[in-house]
Design a protein around this ligand. Structure first.
Ligand code: ADP
Length: 473
């Protein structure tokens, strides 16, 4: 394996996961092994201490009985020696000292084993004893019944058996260790297989994705874990991308479609104009029509440019404190002649000054679009009301444009704010717009942190409500 291939191999997520998993398992096993070792050693030592304690009781009993019989203590020691001489795995070595520290008895077998100096206080202690077998020593003081005498007892036994047990345990553990490591590697590989497969799927899918290929989705796994969350997030992201691309495609299709009609009409007008010799009046008429169509086209291009700036967040907001009352009166004055020309009663209702932060030019455009529609879709003798109120409780300002015009079918209300959406093309002719006005209104309301909604039903007029938050006063 070359260095590059080896590096690539160890950079693979499944290999890395397996290595981490195995390392964690090794550390865990070492921890468990060490704990077991010390627990076992502790238990074995405790077992030896119990043996020595039992022997101590037996020796003291022998010494008490000897004293009761009026015999010297050495006799009790000899009897005890006889009793313990048959011990095979744990041979007992012992010494008995008088209270004046004179040796009363030393077992025969202890002469070859160097026993430590007698300690002042009772103790249990192990001694490695270099080349000789290691020993465990138990020391105590005992008062002999019926006499004034106190003796010091030192008992010991070899710890060889427990060392053998520990060594065997260690050897067995060492033999099992590679099997455990292999199992860990296998387990790690198994555990990392699923994430590797899913990451592989995600990579394949992302490689296949292009603007033409956004319908594919990852299979969402059943297990409710982070991988499931990740797949759902990626699928949701693809849904959003797909929707955005569809919108862009739809938008381009709509733009070309909406531009085509007025351009054809313009071409037609001009072709008619040059098809034969015409009077000055006829030329004037045709030119007038052409100018209207060009005005429509340039308004549409302007609106489209504005929408595209909204999409790319390139619309700078120039917020100033705007007196809403002044603004409504201003726009009322502008639309009043148009309304009057159609025989429409147009009034404005605002009883107190309301100051709020807004980009005046854009906000005027919003109201302008709504009022243009209101005038457009309201027939003779109709009524249009422009009003504003402050909802002090919700800290919002509500502006309403209400008309008694032809209305909008309820089923269409959710769509009228979409780009290029027109309820019924036959109700507007070319000069009236391309279905962009309300969309722009919505975008302007939104960049001011507000919203716009419509209430209407057919033949019952329409009411548009703009809600803006955070009124200043
Ligand atoms: P347009 O500029 O073509 O009128 P808009 O986006 O301003 O486009 O409006 C979208 C559609 O909503 C229009 O086609 C029209 O049918 C309907 N509409 C908007 N305002 C009113 C209104 N006040 N009364 C009735 N219909 C309306």
């Amino acid at each position: 394996m070359s260095l590059k291939t080896r590096t690539e191999f160890f950079q693979r997520i499944d290999v890395r996961l397996t290595v981490y998993y195995t390392l964690v398992c090794i550390i865990l096993f070492l921890g468990i092994y060490t704990s077991f070792y010390f627990i076992l050693e502790h238990n074995l030592t405790g077992h030896i201490d119990n043996i020595l304690l039992d022997e101590e009781h037996e020796l003291i009993q022998e010494l008490n009985e000897t004293a009761e019989d009026g015999l010297p203590l050495i006799t009790g020691c000899q009897d005890f020696m006889e009793d313990v001489s048959g011990r095979k795995h744990f041979p007992i070595f012992f010494r008995v000292f008088s209270s004046s520290n004179e040796l009363i008895y030393q077992s025969e077998n202890s002469k070859n084993i160097p026993l430590p100096e007698f300690h002042d206080s009772p103790r249990n202690e192990s001694f490695p004893n270099n080349s000789l077998p290691a020993i465990r020593v138990h020391e105590t003081t005992a008062a002999i019944q019926g006499t004034q005498e106190t003796v010091f007892i030192q008992l010991a036994t070899v710890t060889a058996l427990s060392e053998i047990i520990l060594k065997k345990w260690f050897r067995n553990a060492l033999m099992v260790f590679p099997i455990l490591i292999l199992t860990c590697i296998g387990g790690g590989a198994l555990v990392s297989f699923r994430p590797k497969k899913i990451i592989g799927n995600i990579t394949n899918l992302t490689n296949r994705i292009s603007s033409q290929h956004l319908k594919e989705r990852l299979i969402v796994p059943d297990a409710k874990d982070e991988i499931r969350d990740l797949t759902i997030t990626i699928n949701t992201m693809l849904d959003r991308l797909d929707e955005s691309f569809s919108q862009i495609k739809q938008f381009s299709a709509d733009v070309s479609h909406e531009l085509r009609n007025p351009l054809f009409a313009l071409q037609g007008e001009l072709e008619v104009a040059i098809s034969k010799q015409r009077s000055k009046e006829e030329y004037k008429d045709i030119m007038g029509n052409c100018i209207e169509r060009i005005q429509f086209l340039s308004k549409m291009v302007k609106d489209l440019f504005m929408i595209s700036n909204f999409d790319t967040n390139k619309i700078p907001l120039q917020l100033t404190s705007v007196d809403l009352r002044e603004l409504l009166l201003e726009i009322h004055a502008f639309f009043l002649p148009m309304a009057q020309e159609k025989g429409i009663r147009f009034s404005v209702e605002i009883n107190r000054p309301i100051v709020f932060k807004a980009d005046k030019t854009k906000f005027l455009q919003l109201l302008n679009n709504l009022l243009e529609n209101a005038v457009k879709f309201t027939n003779e003798n109709g009524v249009i009301t422009l009003s504003a109120n402050v909802n002090t409780h919700a800290q919002q300002v509500e502006i309403k444009v209400k008309d008694s015009g032809i209305g909008i079918p309820e089923s269409e209300l959710t769509k009228i704010f979409n780009r290029f959406y027109q309820v019924d093309k036959s109700r507007s002719d070319f000069q009236y717009g391309a279905g962009l006005g309300l969309h722009i209104c919505q975008r302007i309301a939104e960049i001011h942190g507000g919203s716009i909604s419509a209430e209407s039903s057919l033949e019952k007029g329409a009411t548009f409500t703009i809600i803006l938050p955070k009124v200043i006063s």
